[in-house]
Design a protein around this ligand. Sequence first.
Ligand SMILES: [Zn+2]
Length: 103
Amino acid sequence: MPGPAPFGISYDENPDGRPIVLAEVWPTSGFLAQGNRRHRLARAKAVLHKLTRDGWTCPECGGHVPMTRRADAVYCREACRKRAKRKRQALGAGVRPSWALWP
Ligand SMILES: [Zn+2]
């Protein structure tokens, strides 16, 4: 699945140091119509919510999740996501039961 538009949203801060997420939107009809404005605004809103709640940090490495990731991304990159999955599997969680044969 392709990722979201990398430059669709941008980060800014107001004078109090609180985060502002700006969304780039296009006209919804006519010659320049492209994409869905509502999806872009929902992404900006979700990212802002994450930034204000916990700073949107990766639970695996503790780094910041880049703004180019999907709004529902938990980890900063695929390597961290896979490392966390392998840790979970090593602990025995998420393993298929023995009666569940391939696939
Ligand atoms: Zn990470």
